[in-house]
Design a protein around this ligand. Sequence first.
Ligand SMILES: [Zn+2]
Length: 430
Amino acid sequence: MNQKIFYNDRRARIHCMICRMILFILFIFTTSVFNMAQEIDILLKGGHLIDPKNKIDAPADIAISKGRIFKVAPSISPENARKTVDVKGYYVTPGLIDIHTHVFVGPGEGFANGFSSVSPDDFTFKAGITTVVDAGTSGWRNFPVFKKQVIDRSQTRVLSFLNIAGSGMTGFPSEEDINDMDARMTSLVAGQFPDIIVGVKIGHYRGSDWTPFDRAVEAAKIAGVPLLVECHLPLLPLEGILERMKPGDIYTHSFCVASDRTCLLDEQAKIRPCVAEAKKKGVRFDVGHGGGMFHFNVAIPAFRNGLLPDSFGSDLHRSSMNSGMKNMLDIMSKYLNIGMTFEDIIFRATWNSALSVGREDLGQLSEGSVADIAVFSLRKGSFGFVDAGGNRLDGDRRIEAELTIRGGRIVWDQNGISARSWIENQIINF
Ligand SMILES: [Zn+2]
């Protein structure tokens, strides 16, 4: 009797094992068939891929499916692709991230919900940018308006630094009201929108009291996000500012001479010791070009002395957009002609910028990640680049955005490389 049970048990076990093996083989088979049959929505073929996060700097194809990066390989067959775009002769990179913009556009005066801000989609895709970070144009009080009015309605991914001033950039004197700088409320709202709010900003304060700065530091600490220092703080010494900043915090408007701050370089164009110390500590330095905050006579000696921007924030707003700045690509082209390598520029404009705002899901081309991609041409010729003081740098290369893909969709195509020729479609269908 016992022997029979044992026998039956053994048979059942063998039977079960065979079932499992069949199921496993079936699983492998169906998965591979599914993978082969999976439609590629867009295949970018023949380009030179630069993906600093994954240490790729080589010719490679990239396939997009359902808004995500499906495959990256030296060669991918166009057989299963709905659309194949020939990007031979172009660079293919992650979509760029501009970490300093003012995009809380609205009907009012000034920046917050005002006409001094700009609409992100008007500027981003034509420059290969797929993500912008608003630099504290809103505070905790008006962030919901900003979200509803701009963030939720833009095709560009819009992230935000929340201003320590409750209503953001409303100008003097309301923006500088210490009573409306609430660390608890700022961190609370930051915590409510962790996918959008990536940091806290301190921007404008004309007093010599450290309270606004300390409250911004506190809000960032509670929320566990970096602090962005947009340094219009004329009476607060640079040394004290940098001392209060923690590793990962960001100092913007780094390469300028302006009346409301101490230049990061001394009179001999050498990096100040407190700046070198901050850099060593892990403070990040952003360009923040804007209409008046980038000068070649600071940026070039800083570059030669080893103070490089961690990111190329444009400080885009209505009065900077048509100045020497133009857009983030123009800033990147300036650095290309100053002497930075193209690969290093792409690293700082993508993966390093993503790290600055704690968004490791962005700024890279890993399989499975969102398909935010830029295709660039590197034009050679005679070009001029203008800083915020009206000084020109002559250069021989300029980076231009050919194609921009946001979430797997083509949103910019400068020369129609993804479009069919009209000659193939001459029949008029009424
Ligand atoms: Zn700004």
